[in-house]
Ligand binder design. Structure first.
Ligand code: GLY
Length: 423
C-alpha cells in the first residue's frame, strides 16, 4: 500500500513537471525570435497603414506608391494595383483580428465593385482576387458572401474575354510597340499573367464549372513551354500569332530582351507554385523549383537575397533597346517587391518540395533582410508604406527606388505563411 501511494505521488509530480515544461516550452516557442520578427513587422504595418488610411480618403483613388516630393501617389480603378490596398488591410486584420481593420478592408474592397468588368488588360486577377478573394475568407454575413461570390464570378468571366482558345493563353495587353520601335506585339503575354490564374482556379471551385480552371491550365502549360529559357530564367514578354505561334520574345520592364527581370522571375516562381497547389500537376512543381533554383543560385543575387531590379543590368552580352544611358543611376537599385513576392512563393514551395529546406531557409533569410531597417520603414516615414527600395519600371523611368503597395502585400502574405508553418 505504502509503495503504491508513493508511486501515485511520484507520477503526479512527474506529470506536473512535464506539463509545466510543456507550457514553458510553448511560451518559449511563441516568443522565439521568429514570432518576434512577425510581431514587430505587423506592429510597423499597423502604424503605417493607420497613416495610409488617414491620407487615403477618396474611395476612387487607390494608394500605390509615392511621388517625387514623397506625397502619396494613387491610381484609379482601371489600373493593375488597386486591389492591393484592400488586400493589405485584410492581411493586417488576419494577423491582429482587430475588427477596425476588417471595417477598413471591407470598405476598400467594396470600392472595387466596378472593376469586375475590367477587360482592357489581363490584371483583373490581381485586382479582384487580392481584395474580394481575401474578403471571402473573413466575411461571415451570407448576403455579403453571395454578393462577393457573384462579383468574383463576373471577374473570371471578364478575364476569359481575353482568352482565345486558338492561342491557348490570356492576352495580357492590347496591341503595343516594343522598345525597339520596329516590333508591334499583337498578342503579348507577360510572365506576370501567371498571377491572374488563381482567380480562375478559385471560381471553378466555387461554381463547379471547370472552364475557368481549364483556361488557367492551358495558359500555364503554354507559358511553361514558351516563357522559360533552357536555364529556367524567364522572358518578360512573349508575343503570339493568331494561331498560337511564338513571334517575339522581348522585354518591357526588364533591362534587355535576353536579361532576367527580377520581378518577372518572381511571378514565375509564385505562379507555378500556385498552379501546382491548384492542380497537383508535377510539371508545374518542377517549373517552380527550377525557376526558384535559377533565382537562388544566381551569382548576381546579393548576399541578403533581395535582388537587383534585373539580374543583368549593365552586363556584357545584354543590350537594352530603351535609352539606358539617359536613365542610368550611380547604383543598381534593388527591388524589394521582387524579394517579398519570392519569399512568399518559396515558403509555399517549401511545403510541396521534397527538398523543403532548400526553399524555406532562403525565404526565412529574405524575411529577415526585409525586416531590417534597410528595407523596413521606420514608423511615421515612407509615406505610410511598409517596405522601401522597390522598382516599378526602370525602362519607363517610373517608380525607381520607392515603396510599392504590392511589395507590402507579398511581404505580409509571406509573414502570415511563415507564421502558419511555425505554428
Ligand atoms: N505588371 C506587373 C508588374 O509590374 O510587375
Amino acid at each position: 500500500m505504502k509503495q503504491t501511494s508513493f508511486n501515485i505521488k511520484h507520477y503526479s509530480f512527474l506529470l506536473v513537471c512535464t506539463l509545466t515544461m510543456m507550457v514553458v516550452l510553448s511560451a518559449f516557442l511563441w516568443l522565439s525570435p521568429k514570432s518576434e520578427l512577425i510581431k514587430d513587422d505587423f506592429t510597423v504595418a499597423e502604424k503605417q497603414y493607420s497613416e495610409l488610411l488617414k491620407t487615403s480618403t477618396d474611395l476612387t483613388r487607390f494608394p500605390r506608391t509615392i511621388n517625387q516630393d514623397r506625397s502619396l501617389k494613387s491610381t484609379d480603378i482601371k489600373d493593375w494595383t488597386q486591389g492591393f490596398f484592400a488586400g493589405n488591410l485584410w492581411y493586417i486584420y488576419e494577423y491582429t483580428k482587430n475588427p477596425e481593420w476588417k471595417t477598413a478592408a471591407t470598405k476598400w474592397t467594396e470600392a472595387l465593385e466596378q472593376a469586375q468588368f475590367l477587360t482592357q488588360h489581363h490584371d483583373i486577377g490581381f485586382v479582384m482576387y487580392c481584395s474580394y478573394g481575401n474578403a471571402m475568407k473573413f466575411e461571415k454575413d451570407p448576403k455579403k458572401l453571395e454578393q462577393y461570390r457573384k462579383i468574383l464570378i463576373q471577374s473570371a468571366e471578364s478575364a476569359l474575354t481575353r482568352f482565345d482558345p486558338k492561342v491557348g493563353l490570356i492576352k495580357s495587353w492590347n496591341e503595343k510597340k516594343s522598345w525597339d520601335k520596329k516590333t508591334t506585339w499583337k498578342y503579348p503575354v507577360i510572365i506576370d499573367n501567371m498571377m491572374n490564374l488563381e482567380l480562375l482556379c478559385y471560381v471553378s471551385k466555387i461554381t463547379g464549372n471547370p472552364k475557368y480552371k481549364n483556361a488557367a491550365i492551358s495558359h500555364a502549360l503554354n507559358t511553361m513551354k514558351n516563357h522559360f529559357r533552357p536555364d529556367f530564367s524567364t522572358y518578360h514578354v512573349v508575343d503570339y500569332s493568331a494561331n498560337g505561334k511564338v513571334l517575339h520574345r522581348q522585354t518591357n520592364q526588364g533591362y534587355a530582351d535576353n536579361s532576367t527581370w527580377s520581378r518577372g522571375q518572381g511571378w514565375a516562381i509564385y505562379g507555378f507554385t500556385m498552379m501546382y497547389r491548384e492542380t497537383k500537376d508535377k510539371r508545374f512543381l518542377e517549373a517552380a523549383q527550377k525557376a526558384a533554383d535559377f533565382y537562388l543560385n544566381n551569382p548576381n543575387l546579393p548576399k541578403d537575397k533581395i535582388p537587383n531590379w534585373d539580374f543583368n543590368e549593365g552586363q556584357k552580352g545584354y543590350t537594352p533597346d530603351w535609352d539606358y544611358e539617359a536613365r542610368k543611376l550611380s547604383y543598381i537599385p534593388r527591388d524589394a517587391s521582387a524579394g517579398a513576392l519570392v519569399a512568399s512563393a518559396l515558403i509555399e514551395l517549401s511545403t510541396f518540395s521534397k527538398d523543403s529546406k532548400k526553399y524555406f531557409k532562403p525565404a526565412e533569410q529574405m524575411l529577415q533582410s526585409l525586416s531590417d531597417s534597410t528595407y523596413l520603414a521606420k514608423p511615421g516615414s515612407n509615406s505610410g508604406f511598409i517596405l522601401k527600395h522597390c522598382v516599378g519600371s526602370y525602362p519607363h523611368n517610373s517608380e525607381i527606388d520607392v515603396p510599392l503597395i504590392y511589395a507590402d502585400y507579398y511581404f505580409m502574405e509571406a509573414l502570415l505563411r511563415y507564421q502558419k508553418i511555425k505554428e
